[in-house]
Write a protein that binds this ligand. Structure first.
Ligand code: A3P
Length: 336
């Protein structure tokens, strides 16, 4: 193992979980060369994480930093756009810049692992926020806006140890809808080749990137009363976006009048986000398709609904998720 960080990195092959065979069968490709597990909850990460794990752990955090943290597919992009617009005094002109440039993805240094892809496809050029996201972020002026899917236990050391207190907005979503969304995303953006049933097994058995789902959510739910942490739910954003906007503005120390809240809620509507090239990742999907990197169809802004799992999960599968959810939420005070 390359990285010298205190996380007990273990290759997935050396710590086989019940479903890791499915992960290795259907989810190894040009984007994913292998997997490791890290930390006390054995978080699954792509092996390329080792290339920047130490830099990430050592990263200088600033108290003015604003993080959006989430498990994949829980409304991260939606929350990022809301947070950025509020923190930047509703600068809709500035919001036309591509979201990953103004709100980069912390652990996106994936191209460390794309060497052969780069030589096979020299015509594709990648910006630094993709090739070396940790460095890119380190050099940004304050206030920095940073997206990450890393759970608390693997965040940069200064955050874990409390020597810096950046603002952290965590967004959570119902496990079944998260899984359905993650399945489509994995096919469209990351080359997963298995079927939906196997993907659900991987999700339930904590064998997908950024699994385990529940320890991820709990690592922030259990810290929700810290003054620098705001815990949001996708379902609340769907039910009453203006209230969530007000709550987030309050957390960020901003005041918005009713008209501003209404305008922002409109900017953040699913339809407007779906049509907004700055946030809809259309360009990434197009590059993947144009270069035959992916053969699945669809859009990043897929359906944006609560309860879509009902259309695709059998009653048996739904029961499995319900029992799993009940078991993990018992006594936590969280309903999701
Ligand atoms: P679906 O796949 O269920 O449609 P993330 O940003 O964490 O990857 O999450 C993506 C999910 O959030 C997708 O869910 C996407 O459609 C949904 N989403 C993004 N913007 C949204 C919006 N404005 N309203 C509702 N859902 C939104």
């Amino acid at each position: 193992m390359a990285a010298d960080a205190p996380f007990n990195f273990v290759p997935v092959e050396a710590s086989l979980g019940k479903c890791d065979n499915l992960l290795l069968q259907y989810f190894l490709n040009q984007f994913r060369k292998g997997y490791i597990r890290a930390g006390p909850h054995k978080v699954v990460l792509p092996v390329y994480h080792l290339n920047f794990a130490k830099a990430l752990d050592d990263m200088e955090i600033r108290n003015e930093d604003v993080f959006v943290v989430s498990h994949p597919k829980t409304g991260t992009t939606w929350t990022q756009e809301m947070v950025w617009c509020i923190a930047n005094d509703l600068d809709y002109e500035g919001a036309k810049q591509f979201l990953p440039e103004r709100f980069p993805f912390l652990e996106h240094s994936s191209l460390f692992d794309y060497g052969d892809l780069l030589s096979r496809k020299p015509e594709i050029t990648f910006p630094e926020y993709v090739t070396d996201s940790v460095k890119f972020i380190s050099e940004l002026p304050s206030p920095r806006f940073i997206k990450t899917h890393i759970p608390w236990e693997l965040l940069p050391r200064q955050i874990r140890e409390g020597t810096r207190s950046p603002k952290i907005i965590y967004v959570a979503r119902n496990a079944k809808d998260t899984c359905v969304s993650y399945y489509h995303h994995s096919r469209l953006m990351e080359g997963y080749k298995g079927n939906f049933q196997d993907f659900c097994k991987l999700f339930l058995e904590d064998s997908l990137t950024f699994s385990p789902f529940w320890s991820h959510v709990m690592s922030f739910w259990n810290r929700r009363d810290q003054p620098n942490i705001l815990f949001l739910k996708y379902e609340d954003m769907k039910k009453d976006l203006p209230s969530v906007i007000r709550k987030t503005a309050d957390f960020l120390g901003k005041t918005l009048n009713d008209e501003q809240v209404e305008t922002l809620a409109d900017h953040l509507s699913f339809q407007n986000m779906k049509n907004n090239k700055a946030v809809n990742y259309e360009a990434v999907v197009e590059i993947n398709k144009a270069h035959n990197l992916i053969d699945a169809d669809g859009a990043f802004m897929r359906s944006g609904k609560v309860g879509e799992w009902k259309a695709v999960m059998t009653p048996e599968l739904s029961d499995l998720f319900d029992h799993w959810t009940e078991k993990n939420l018992a006594g936590t005070g969280l309903a999701l």
